[in-house]
Design a protein around this ligand. Structure first.
Ligand code: SF4
Length: 682
C-alpha cells in the first residue's frame, strides 16, 4: 500500500500517441521525496547530456509534490521539470493552484512527456480515461481562454487546466505554463510548445490514502487554522498596500535606475483605491486558508488572478504606475509570458531603441508612449513577428543577434536568463553565492529562509532569534553577530546561501507552498513549515520515518543531482557569475576566494563539480561512475571532500529532531497579540 502518493506515473509519448500507466519505484520516494527530486532522477536516467532541449528525447516531467493532495495545508504544488533551452540546464518551476492535487486524485503522481506531436494536442485525464486529443481549435488562443474553452467543452468547471498561450505555442524561450491563480515560469512553457502540447486537463475523483489518517486530519485541521490567522504566512503582496521596499530598492527599466524615495503615502492611497476599484475578490490555492491572489477585472480586460510580484514588474520596467501593471498582466498572462523575464526583455528592447541601436526600420510604427510600446513588443514577441523573433529567444541571445553594441546593454542575465531588476550598492556575499552557484534559474527560487538585513538593536535581534523556530542554532548565532550594512562572515554567508537554497528543495520535493515555508523563514518565528516539523508531516502522510537530518540529507542529494545534470551538460566555474551590473562596488579578490571556499563547503571541486567523495557520500554513486566514465572526474580528486554537515542539529540529539512541534504546542495565532500586524485586514 502506498500512502500520500498513488504509486503510478503516466508515460505519454507525444510522437506515437502511446500512453502507459506505470508503477513507480517506492525507493525513489524515500531517496528523493517527490516533486523535483524524483523528476531530476528521471531526467538524469533518461535524458543524455547530448540531448538538445528541443529534441524529442527531452522530457517534460510534470510532477506533484509528495504531500500534494493530502490534508496537509498548502501542500498543492506542481513541479514542471525539463531541460530548458534558455540555459541548456535543468529547470524546475513550482506552481501553486489546484493542479497537483487533482492529478493525484485522478490516480497519478507524475506525467512524463516525451517525443513531439505532429499537430497541436492536449492531454485529457479523467481518472482512468487518459487521451491525447486534437487541439487545433485551441491554436492561437490565450492560456486562460484555453482553460475556459476546455472546461466548457468538457462540461465540467472542476477540470483543472494547465495551458500555454501564444508565447508557448511559438516557442518563446520565456513562455510560461498558466493555471488558474498560478503559473510555471523559468523556461518550461517553451517545451510544452515545442512538443505541440497546448494543455493538460485533469479531473480526478479517487481517494488518496495517508498513513495515519486520524492524527493527520486532526493535526492538519489545527495547523490550517493557525496558518489562516497568521500574518507570517502567505504572500503579503496580495494584500499589503505599502510596497516601498520594492519600489524604492529595486531598479526600474532595464535594471538601470533606482528611484529611492519614490514611495509616498499619497501614492499608496491612490494605488490602493485603484486596486480596490478593480478587485473582485481574494482567492487561495488548494487546501490553503490564505487568500494570496487578487482576482481583478481591469477596465477593458477579462477577469484574472494576479500572480506574485507581477503586480510590480511591469510598471517598473515601463516607468509607469500600477494601472499599467494590471493591464499588462491581463495581456501577458493570456499570451503566457514569464513576467519577470518578459518585462526585462522588453525594457531592454526599449533601451536599445532609445540608444539608436534599434531604429524605426526594426520597429515600424513604434508607439510614442512606453505603455503602448510594451503592448507592441508583447505582441511581436509572442507571435515572433519581425524583430520580435529575435527577442523571443531572450535578452542574452537577442544581444548577440543584434550586435552593434547591444551586448553592452545586456547586463542582467545569469546563465543566459533574465533576472529580477536590481542595482544595489556594495556586493553582498550571501547573495553573490546564491546568484552565482544556485542551479535554479532565478534568485527568488533560492532566497528566503534568512533575513536580508540585520537589525541594529541587539535586543531586537535577540527577540528575533528567540522566536525563530525554523532556524538551526548556528543561524541564530550568525544573526546575533551580524551588524547592519556589513557582510556576514564568509562562514556565515556560505551556510546561509546553502541553507536558503536547500530549504527551497524541501518545498520543491514535498509540494509545500514557499510562502508558508522557505520564503517566509526570513521573517522569523511562525513559519508553518520548516526542517524540524516537515518530517512529522511526511510521517503522517507518507508514513516514512525520518528525522530532520535524514530529510536534510535527501534534499542535499536532490540538490547535488540537479548540479550533476548541469555539470554533465557543461556547467563549470566560469559560468558562475552574478549579473554584471548588479552591485556598484565589487570585490574581485574576495569574490574568487569566497566562491572557492563555497565549492569546498559544498564538497565540489574548484571547477564546481561535485566530487566523487561527495557523490558517494550522498548515495549518488552512479553519478560518480558516469562522471569518471565521461572524464568529468578522475575519481582521484583530493578537493571537494564530503562533509556530513551535521550542523543543522548541533546541540540536539538525533532523537530530539524527530520531536516536532505538534499543532497543540505550536500556535501561530499567539503572535497576533504582539505583532505589528495586529488589527490589520488580512
Ligand atoms: S499561502 Fe498563498 S500562495 Fe501559498 S498556497 Fe496559500 S494561497 Fe497559495
Amino acid at each position: 500500500m502506498r500512502y500520500a502518493e498513488t504509486g503510478y506515473d503516466l508515460e505519454v509519448d507525444l510522437t506515437t500517441g502511446n500512453i502507459e500507466r506505470v508503477e513507480s519505484d517506492p525507493e525513489l520516494t524515500l531517496k528523493h521525496i517527490g516533486g523535483n527530486g524524483v523528476a531530476a532522477k528521471i531526467i538524469w536516467d533518461r535524458v543524455s547530456p547530448e540531448t538538445d532541449a528541443f529534441s524529442p528525447d527531452n522530457l517534460l516531467v510534470v510532477s506533484a509534490g509528495l504531500m500534494a493532495g493530502t490534508p496537509v495545508p498548502t501542500a498543492n504544488r506542481t513541479l514542471f521539470c525539463t531541460i530548458s533551452p534558455v540555459t541548456n540546464y535543468f529547470s524546475n518551476s513550482i506552481m501553486g493552484g489546484y493542479f497537483a492535487p487533482e492529478l493525484k486524485y485522478a490516480g497519478y503522481d507524475r506525467i512524463i512527456f516525451r517525443g513531439k506531436a505532429d499537430k497541436l494536442v492536449y492531454l485529457y485525464i479523467n481518472n482512468d480515461v487518459v487521451e491525447l486529443r486534437d487541439a487545433s481549435h485551441l491554436a492561437g488562443l490565450g492560456a486562460q481562454a484555453t482553460a475556459y474553452k476546455l472546461k466548457d467543452e468538457l462540461g465540467d468547471m472542476r477540470v483543472q487546466v494547465a495551458a500555454i498561450g501564444q508565447a508557448g505555442e511559438n516557442r518563446v524561450y520565456y513562455a510560461s505554463v498558466e493555471h488558474s491563480n498560478a503559473s510555471a515560469s523559468r523556461g518550461v512553457g517553451v517545451i510544452m510548445g515545442d512538443k505541440r502540447l497546448k494543455a493538460i486537463a485533469v479531473r480526478g475523483t479517487k481517494d488518496l490514502r495517508v498513513a495515519h489518517p486520524e492524527e493527520c486530519f486532526n493535526v492538519c485541521l489545527k495547523h490550517s487554522q493557525d496558518i489562516g490567522t497568521s500574518p507570517l504566512n502567505g504572500d503579503l503582496m496580495a494584500i499589503e498596500w505599502n510596497d516601498a521596499f520594492h519600489h524604492d530598492n529595486f531598479a526600474w527599466g532595464n535594471s538601470r535606475v533606482r528611484q529611492r524615495g519614490y514611495w509616498s503615502q499619497a501614492l499608496e492611497d491612490r494605488w490602493k483605491d485603484y486596486t480596490l476599484s478593480i478587485r473582485d475578490r481574494l482567492q487561495g490555492c488548494f487546501n490553503c486558508p490564505k487568500n494570496c491572489h487578487l482576482i481583478v477585472k481591469p477596465p477593458g480586460y477579462n477577469r484574472y488572478a494576479v500572480k506574485c510580484y507581477g503586480k510590480g514588474v511591469w510598471h517598473m520596467a515601463a516607468f509607469k504606475e500600477i494601472e499599467f501593471s494590471f493591464d499588462a498582466m491581463a495581456v501577458s498572462q493570456e499570451l503566457g509570458f514569464d513576467t519577470y523575464a518578459a518585462s526585462q526583455t522588453i525594457a531592454y528592447a526599449l533601451e536599445l531603441y532609445d540608444e539608436g541601436i534599434l531604429t524605426d526600420d526594426d520597429l515600424p510604427d513604434f508607439p510614442e508612449d512606453s505603455a503602448d510600446r510594451f503592448f507592441y513588443m508583447m505582441d511581436i514577441i509572442a507571435h515572433r513577428k519581425g524583430i520580435g523573433d529575435i527577442f523571443a529567444d531572450g535578452m542574452w541571445r537577442a544581444a548577440k543577434a543584434i550586435g552593434k553594441g547591444a551586448e553592452n546593454f545586456e547586463h542582467n542575465c545569469i546563465k543566459k536568463f533574465e533576472q529580477l531588476p536590481l542595482k544595489l550598492g556594495k556586493i553582498n556575499y550571501t547573495y553573490y553565492l546564491m546568484y552565482c552557484c544556485s542551479d535554479k534559474m532565478a534568485i527568488n527560487q533560492a532566497e528566503g529562509s534568512y533575513p536580508q538585513d540585520a537589525t541594529s538593536d541587539p535586543a531586537d535581534r535577540q527577540k528575533f532569534v528567540d522566536e525563530w523556530i525554523s532556524a538551526p542554532e548556528r543561524f541564530k548565532k550568525f544573526y546575533m553577530e551580524w551588524e547592519p550594512r556589513t557582510n556576514p562572515t564568509y562562514e556565515a554567508a556560505m551556510n546561509i546561501a546553502d541553507w536558503n537554497e536547500i530549504m527551497h528543495y524541501m518545498d520543491d520535493s514535498t509540494g509545500l507552498c514557499a510562502f508558508c515555508s522557505s520564503f517566509r523563514g526570513q521573517f522569523g518565528g511562525g513559519t508553518a513549515y520548516h526542517i524540524y516539523n516537515v518530517p512529522y508531516f511526511l510521517k503522517l502522510t507518507h508514513g516514512m520515518e525520518i528525522d530532520a537530518e535524514d530529510l536534510w540529507r535527501a534534499l542535499r542529494r536532490n540538490r547535488n543531482l540537479v548540479r550533476a545534470i548541469n555539470v554533465s551538460r557543461g556547467l563549470r566555474r566560469e559560468d558562475e557569475r552574478p549579473p554584471e551590473d548588479h552591485w556598484a562596488v565589487r570585490e574581485p579578490e574576495n569574490e574568487e576566494r569566497i566562491i572557492m571556499d563555497y565549492y569546498e563547503f559544498k564538497g565540489w571541486t574548484s571547477d564546481g563539480i561535485p566530487s566523487k567523495d561527495t557523490l558517494v557520500g550522498l548515495g549518488l554513486d552512479y553519478v560518480a561512475d558516469e562522471f569518471i566514465k565521461r572524464g568529468i572526474l578522475t575519481g582521484n580528486e583530493t578537493e571537494g571532500k564530503f562533509v556530513e554537515l551535521p550542523l543543522y542539529t548541533e546541540g540536539m540529539s538525533r532523537e530530539a529532531t524527530t520531536m516536532v512541534r505538534k499543532a497543540d504546542e505550536y500556535t501561530l495565532t499567539e503572535r497576533l497579540k504582539t505583532e505589528k500586524y495586529e488589527g490589520k485586514d488580512f
